[in-house]
Design a protein around this ligand. Structure first.
Ligand code: FES
Length: 327
């Protein structure tokens, strides 16, 4: 595995965000474009490992998370692959309809909850639709390193799949289009069953695909199973009726019906970081000192959920009457 060179990169904005502008838009598939962002002074951006994503702070006030398509150690540009979501709540619709080349936006530095496992003897990459974006970054790194891997890339039809010029016909790639198989989905049970011994499995795609993937890999050790959701996995817990104790001050806050922990703590005056507020980015991760969270996020693994050492307070609630958090 190549190790990133962590050269300090000056950030333009005082709140840790980076000022960039949209440098180019390139079509990639039906309703899917590649968007290139670079700093207007052409200074390098922070290094990014495969699987990383950034927050895109849009001029309309919305913040959205997107995976980086290309891993870089000294990037002068970040490329995001974005699909227009027909059910968009304003994020992708704004990006496709309003954002213009040359327009300024702010982004976060990359974060990575979906890294490649350095010690894996073989990597099985599984992508559904626009879920190819972090997987494509992994492919580039694994090819550059000469590491053994194969790809299963699925979508409803060929026109909806990005990067086919690079991937279709490649010896490591299996492309599955539902409409070429009478509507049958990619058989993930078979993919997992026939993988080389000791393989690590990585999946990014729509929630139903992730659920099948997790069922197909349930018997494997959690260290070999890696996944990333790009839509919320579950509804946020707003049942309330429990107390959060803030371990650093001893203060107690009652979480009422209708609010998440994050909302109630902010209302109580705490300044807390968050981004997606949907349990998919990991920014609000908080250490749990005592109590049993009701995990609703898509960031932590099943093993991490069972350990109850950390939680995403934007969406998860509590199964116990009291949660003691490292706040
Ligand atoms: S803010 Fe994104 S997981 Fe909580």
């Amino acid at each position: 595995m190549t190790v990133a060179v962590t050269t300090p990169v000056p950030l333009a904005a005082s709140n840790g965000l980076i000022d960039v502008c949209l440098a180019a838009i390139r079509p990639a598939a039906d309703d899917t474009n590649l968007f290139d962002f670079s700093r207007s002074d052409q200074a390098p951006l922070p290094p990014a490992e495969p699987g990383a994503h950034i927050d895109l702070h849009l001029p309309n006030g919305m913040t959205r998370q997107y995976s980086l398509v290309t891993p870089h150690q000294n990037p002068d540009c970040y490329t995001l692959g974005i699909k227009r979501d027909p059910n968009s709540r304003g994020g992708s619709r704004y990006i496709f309809d309003e954002l213009k080349v040359g327009q300024a936006v702010r982004i976060s530095a990359p974060r990575n909850h979906f890294p490649l496992a350095a010690a894996a003897p073989h990597h099985v990459l599984i992508a559904g639709g626009i879920g190819i974006t972090p997987i494509f970054a992994m492919i580039q790194r694994l090819r550059a390193d000469g590491a053994p891997f194969n790809l299963h890339y699925a979508g409803r039809s060929r026109s909806q799949l990005a990067f086919l010029d690079d991937l279709d016909g490649a010896p490591f790639a299996h492309i599955h289009c539902d409409d070429e198989h009478d509507g049958a989905l990619l058989d993930l049970m078979s993919v997992v069953a026939h993988a080389p011994a000791g393989s690590h499995f990585y999946c990014c795609g729509p929630a139903p695909m992730l659920e099948v993937f997790r069922a197909a890999t349930v018997a494997l050790s959690p260290e070999r199973v890696h996944f990333e959701y790009f839509t919320p996995k579950e509804e946020a817990s707003t049942a309330g009726g429990f107390v959060v104790e803030l371990a650093r001050s001893g203060r107690e806050v009652l979480i009422p019906l209708g609010q998440t922990i994050l909302e109630a703590l902010r209302e109580a005056g705490l300044e807390l970081d968050s981004s997606c507020q949907e349990g998919i980015c990991g920014v609000c991760e908080t250490k749990v000192i005592a109590g049993i969270p009701d995990h609703r996020d898509a960031v932590l693994s099943d093993g991490e959920h069972a350990a109850n050492k950390t939680m995403m307070i934007c969406c998860s609630g509590s199964k116990s009457e009291r949660l003691v958090l490292d706040l």
